[in-house]
Design a protein around this ligand. Structure first.
Ligand code: HEC
Length: 502
């Protein structure tokens, strides 16, 4: 956030006095000093502690408000309040309407209700904070605040530069996949597929299936067949509307042939049942293993206590299918009566990352935890990964849902983050371009807008480094077939190549 101007300050003070009779002049003076404090400090700084705010405390200082926003809201709405700037408000942007949105939430669309965990006073103050902070701001101004990453960037073991392949993806880039000729397919969540050519031209690919572009849904991952050079097959995961009930959606996979700049013979090969009235936790990463099996990750859709632990549905699972959607007969629950026979592992929350270990070929998965408890897991046939019976996280609103972090018969993560980083795409670095980065796991963070490098020794995390701090919400990170590492970043929609300095 930028410095608070005195004009903004008087507006906060005015609004607070206007809406909160408890605010005495002394408190306004305190507020003024904390405003100065905050203006010297970047409220979006992930270095802020996760200190909780005592709802019983009457005096809420501006510094606390920024912290409260950062703790409760910034992970989803942007630490820089980006999602509120130039927003087309669905539920209105008056004080009263916003307060109602925060109190009641829109649970099915991913907005938690805070009415029972934050005091009315804190909700009012948060609302004031949001309105004041976004007043007069444009998305363009936020982009100007992005750090300068144009020069040589040094990491613990390697210096590198960024090469922007395109910054013109209109919307949120979600998945990236390189073709054998070096061109790169990029999905845009709103429902469009683009090809970023070697010469940096951006071309739209037509023939994409209709997607339900609401909440976390839309056009999601993209993957090509291992034998793409001969069959031109492309796979897309997306949120699909129930043909019999337009308020229900689910994660689905379509397969098509890429012919010139068109998708042809588009065919749905996987649909995660049941369709649900929810627009979140689709999961939806796609990955082929070395034997040519296709893995599809499906999130819990926000139905934490209903589906992930039961085998009679597709929700909160990773599935293993053939390249045409048929079910391999050696799947772990193939012969289990009543079980969905595509299930590979279950007890999963919202898996938006998958990668094969470059040496062992094992399947690794990354998933969003609730508040805290984001996980990296190694997936083996038939595993129960424990969600929501065991978890290192708590609910977004600060309440708990389990005290257990371990249980017999449930797998432990290889690694977990508390506080959450909101991990999206992930990849192991392979090949020889990146020196000591080789076999390390790179995870993209939506919340902190950086790339997290987990330094690995075999299956063990032995060190950490964060790179490209503040670059924007990083949606995907992938090893290209050309041996380079690529990232897809939001605001503006960018595809970027990391070029190691020799
Ligand atoms: C887990 C992610 C998440 C968290 C955490 C979260 N929100 Fe939201 N919020 C959403 C989503 C998704 C929507 C859109 C819901 C919809 O369109 O129905 C939303 C909608 C809203 C709206 C209504 C916007 C409109 O268009 O009318 C407001 C206001 C809001 N959030 C404020 C907050 C505040 C303040 C916090 C922190 C106390 C917060 N949110 C925390 C995900 C989140």
């Amino acid at each position: 956030m930028g410095p608070i101007t005195s004009n903004q300050f008087s507006k906060i003070a005015f609004n607070l006095r206007y809406t909160n009779k408890w605010l005495t002049t002394t408190k306004i003076v305190m507020l003024f000093f904390s405003a100065i404090l905050v203006s010297c400090n970047n409220s979006g700084d992930p270095g802020l502690t996760e200190e909780e705010i005592d709802p019983g405390n009457e005096i809420i200082e501006l510094e606390d408000i920024a912290l409260s926003y950062s703790n409760h809201c910034g992970g989803c709405h942007g630490q820089d309040l980006g999602s509120f700037v130039e927003r087309e408000w669905s539920y209105g942007n008056s004080m009263e309407e916003i307060i109602e949105s925060i109190m009641e939430g829109y649970e099915n669309n991913g907005m938690p209700a805070y009415g029972s965990t934050l005091s009315t006073q804190e909700i009012e103050v948060l609302t004031n904070y949001i309105l004041t902070e976004i007043d007069g701001k444009t998305k363009e101004m936020l982009e100007e605040d992005n750090p300068d990453l144009s020069g040589l960037i040094s990491s613990d073991d390697l210096s590198f530069r960024l090469e922007t392949m395109t910054d013109e993806i209109p919307g949120i880039p979600w998945g990236i996949e390189q073709l054998p000729n070096g061109d790169i397919l990029v999905t845009e969540r709103g429902g469009r597929l683009f090809l970023v050519r070697n010469d940096k031209q951006l071309i739209e690919i037509t023939g994409v299936p209709n997607v339900a572009s609401q909440g976390q849904g839309g056009l999601l991952d993209v993957l090509i067949h291992p034998n793409f050079e001969n069959n031109s097959l492309v796979y897309l995961s997306y949120s699909r509307v129930n043909p019999n009930n337009s308020s229900e959606h689910t994660t689905s996979v379509a397969r098509a042939r890429l012919e010139g700049n068109n998708l042809v013979e588009v065919e749905n090969i996987f649909t995660a049942l049941p369709y649900l009235n929810s627009t979140r936790h689709y999961g939806s990463r796609l990955l082929f293993d070395r034997d040519g099996y296709l893995y599809v990750s499906v999130g819990d859709r926000g139905y934490r206590d209903v589906y992930p632990q039961e085998l009679d549905n597709y929700i909160g699972k990773v599935h293993r299918i053939h390249d045409d959607g048929q079910i391999p007969t050696d799947n772990p629950f193939y012969n289990t009566s009543g079980a969905v026979n595509s299930i590979f592992t279950y007890g999963i929350r919202n898996p938006q990352g998958m990668s094969l270990h470059p040496e062992t070929g094992t399947l690794w998965e990354g998933e969003h935890g609730p508040r805290g408890g984001d996980e990296i897991n190694i997936l083996e046939a038939g595993n129960n990964n424990g969600w929501p019976v065991i978890s290192y996280g708590i609910n977004y609103d600060g309440t708990t849902f389990t005290d257990l972090t371990e249980m017999a018969g449930m797998e432990q993560p290889v690694y977990y983050w508390t506080p959450s980083i909101a991990p999206c795409g992930m990849t192991f670095v392979s090949g020889d371009f990146y020196g000591n980065w080789k076999n390390d796991l790179f995870v993209s963070s939506l919340k902190f807008e950086y790339l997290h490098r987990l330094k690995m020794n075999g299956n063990e995390v032995v060190g950490h480094e964060t790179l490209l701090d503040g670059i924007g919400r990083v949606r995907d990170v992938q090893m290209g077939k050309d041996g380079y590492l690529y990232i897809a970043v939001e605001g503006p929609g960018r595809l970027i190549r990391l070029i190691p300095e020799q």
